[in-house]
Design a protein around this ligand. Structure first.
Ligand code: A2P
Length: 279
């Protein structure tokens, strides 16, 4: 698996497996087991997904060397703040049955619209992330769904800048201001819902390009993200689709076609933003 390098030198696979759809119980363990068998080495979970225990069991049963894996989790919105973030991290680690994480993220920023002291809350949560990094409990730290105003505010008080910002990213949803901020500050962008939760797969341009490159429109979306330097995190509970979503390294989308995709009108967005989420 090809890798990218984070600002602190840690390597991260160029594509990962998103576990948001992975359920509790046996089916959940099976899905992650299938993903590891398909070849995914970056596994992206979150306390909010309620499946860390299943992810941990699949990792344990896989027998894959820990150093071969890149495991990400995220602190839930209800656990923002210094002490509660440290506690939440230990809980995640225990559920995952691991002794360190590769990447720990703040799942959503406290937003201006909902929290008068949002800057302070995010700064305190971030201070805990820095402590976890310093203590060697995580190899890298970052944020998710942070917009430039959240990133600017964080930068004012942070000792260490985030290494990653995980945002919604797919054709029709490129969040250019966020990506530009990240590029300027050496923050790697990860893309959630890189297939627009299937909403963009029937787009005529993507279907047309799929025919041209003898690929599926899902593979076009993922390859486009990778060529843009974004690490996509597709979700699937179907072993065949897990595999085809990884089969994107035997072709290159031309610059002209990359521009056509990047020029798509806004489409397929989830509508989830820091100001509108209610969890
Ligand atoms: P399934 O689990 O049945 O494969 P996103 O990652 O953008 O949020 O999209 C996830 C959704 O896309 C899931 O509903 C998943 O369903 C579906 N999906 C994943 N891979 C593919 C694919 N290659 N072709 C079509 N649908 C896919």
């Amino acid at each position: 698996m090809e890798k990218r390098v984070l600002s602190n030198g840690v390597e991260i696979p160029v594509i990962g497996y998103g576990t948001y759809k992975v359920s509790e119980g046996h089916d959940g363990v099976q899905a992650v087991t299938d993903a590891l068998k398909a070849g995914y080495r970056l596994i992206d979970t979150a306390a909010l997904y309620g499946n860390e225990s299943e992810v941990g069991s699949a990792i344990e049963e896989s027998g894959i060397e820990r150093s071969e894996l890149f495991v990400t989790s995220k602190v839930a919105n209800g656990d923002r703040g210094y002490d509660s973030t440290l506690r939440a991290f230990e809980r995640s680690l225990e559920l995952l049955k691991l002794d360190y994480l590769d990447l720990y993220l703040i799942h959503w920023p406290a937003s201006e619209a909902r929290f008068p002291d949002w800057k302070k809350i995010n700064a305190e949560t971030w201070r805990a992330m820095e402590k976890l990094l310093e203590d060697g409990k995580v190899r890298a730290i970052g944020v998710s769904n942070f917009m430039p105003l959240h990133l600017d505010a964080l930068t004012e008080r942070a000792s260490v800048l985030p290494m990653v910002n995980q945002i919604e990213y797919h054709p029709g949803c490129m969040q250019p201001e966020v990506v530009e901020w990240c590029n300027q500050h050496a923050v790697l962008v990860e893309g959630w819902s890189p297939l627009g939760r299937t909403r963009v797969l029937e787009n005529p341009l993507l279907i047309d390009l799929a025919g041209k490159y003898h690929k599926t429109s899902a593979q076009i979306c993922l390859r486009w993200a990778v060529q843009n330097g974004v690490v996509p995190l597709p979700k699937s509970v179907n072993p065949e689709r897990m595999k085809t979503n990884l089969d994107i390294f035997d072709f290159t989308i031309s610059e002209e076609d990359m521009n056509l995709i990047s020029g798509m009108l806004p489409t397929g967005e989830s509508g989830l933003t820091p100001d509108t989420i209610n969890f």
